[in-house]
Design a protein around this ligand. Structure first.
Ligand code: ADP
Ligand code: MG
Length: 388
């Protein structure tokens, strides 16, 4: 049976009737432009074929019920429309509750409750944005149930608001935007300040993306993320005493070299340097892709990893090992950690002919040094959220 059919059967069994709709929202992999999305910069992700299904049915009362086939042991989570308080959400269902809360506080007419059931083939916490896939699938399902007029970018912003304010994770808009707006065969070049975007074809037969799951998730991820944000805010405030700008990523590398000395704290200075140069690399990567220069694209990925490791300090020994193993493998054009860091996944740009050898070498080397079994999957850029 297909995932969707299993979901519909379970929905009927648990909630007593068939769902009114089933929505799908993909995970994403970011190719380059990491930790730029809350610094007014560009990101360059693509949506994945893997993602989250949400089956949903409107209710006549004000009750909300949530169930996930990925964590059935947690049972049915139940709450009321009027009981949602930001910062107080508990358990996995806070991501879905947050979307309902964000819809309602933004004035969308949602006066009845709903039953929502999820089923995902994304590994949670692997840096592929299972949280955004859950939010966007819930958002698209609710939009459909209640006939709400929302564009893809508006849906993405509401889901980001859910994660920022309700869940308490201060993420940028990249994950939700990619999940809502991804396009098959394309990477999505997004200006996170203006939300202007363009699609860049990413479908060459001779090279492809491989995602390598490190299978580690370090517990400091959330607090370190919020700390990086504070350090960037401090750096921006210091820079503004020397140069007028509204975001770190608005600075060119030349302007940074001139005015970066205004950032007093050396740690904050390293963080800001990463943001400025990473943003410049992201624009260079778009040019390389358009010029068909996969080798240049790969070199930019490598530089991105080094900067995330040394200046932004969000890598970890396992991700560094994966990157080094990849860099040492023939046929690898580039490799870097992807996502917020402190675990999660690496993404590599690999010649198609070298793919099998890459998986074997990196898998064996990683196992030998860490005892861990890395997970490998090909990343074929896929479409954004849709009803199925
Ligand atoms: P990432 O988004 O990189 O996968 P996060 O830590 O942001 O990692 O989000 C992972 C969390 O999202 C999980 O711990 C879980 O609470 C929730 N989650 C995501 N997908 C599901 C799902 N299908 N069912 C239940 N919870 C989910
Ligand atoms: Mg997430």
């Amino acid at each position: 049976m297909q995932q969707k059919d299993i979901l519909i059967e379970k929905f009927k069994e648990l909630f007593g009737a068939a769902p009114d709709c089933v929505a799908f929202a993909p995970g994403r992999v970011n190719l380059i432009g990491e930790h730029t999305d809350y610094n007014g910069g560009h990101v360059f992700p693509c949506a994945l074929p893997q993602g989250t299904l949400c089956a949903a049915r409107a209710r006549s009362d004000r009750t909300l019920r949530f169930f996930s086939l990925n964590v059935p042991r947690f049972g049915v989570a139940r709450t009321m429309l009027d009981a949602l308080v930001p910062g107080c959400g508990k358990g996995w269902q806070k991501y879905a509750e947050g979307v309902v809360w964000a819809f309602r506080v933004s004035g969308l007419a949602m006066e009845r409750g709903a039953d929502l059931m999820f089923f995902s083939d994304l590994p949670a916490g692997a840096g592929l944005s299972s949280s955004a896939a859950l939010e966007v699938s819930a958002g698209l399902a609710l939009k459909t149930l209640f006939g709400l007029g929302l564009t893809g970018p508006e849906l993405a912003l509401l889901c980001q608001k859910a994660e920022n304010s309700y869940v308490g994770m201060n993420c940028g808009v990249m994950d939700q935007f990619t999940s809502a707006m991804g396009r098959e065969g394309c990477a999505l070049f997004l200006d996170t300040a203006s939300l202007e975007y363009e699609y860049a074809p990413f479908d060459r037969p001779d090279v492809g993306l491989v995602i390598v799951n490190s299978r580690v998730k370090h517990s400091l991820a959330a607090s370190a993320y919020n700390e990086r944000r504070r350090q960037c805010e401090q750096a921006l405030a210091d820079i503004r005493s020397a140069f007028e700008t509204d975001a770190l990523c608005r600075l060119t590398p030349e302007q940074w070299e001139r005015y970066g000395g205004a950032v007093r704290d050396p740690v904050c200075r390293k963080r800001a340097k990463h943001a400025v140069y990473e943003n410049a690399r992201t624009a260079a990567a778009l040019r390389a892709l358009k010029a068909g220069d996969a080798a240049a694209f790969g070199r930019l990925m490598n530089e991105s990893h080094v900067s995330l490791r040394d200046d932004y300090e969000v890598s970890c020994p396992e991700l560094d090992l994966l990157a080094e193993l990849a860099w040492d493998t023939p046929g690898v054009l580039g490799a870097r950690m992807t996502g917020g860091g402190f675990g999660g996944s690496m993404v590599a740009l690999v010649e198609t002919a070298a793919r099998e050898d890459f998986i074997r070498r990196v898998g064996e080397g990683y196992k030998e040094r860490t005892g861990l079994e890395a997970g490998f999957c090909s990343a074929v850029p896929a479409g954004g959220a849709r009803l199925v």
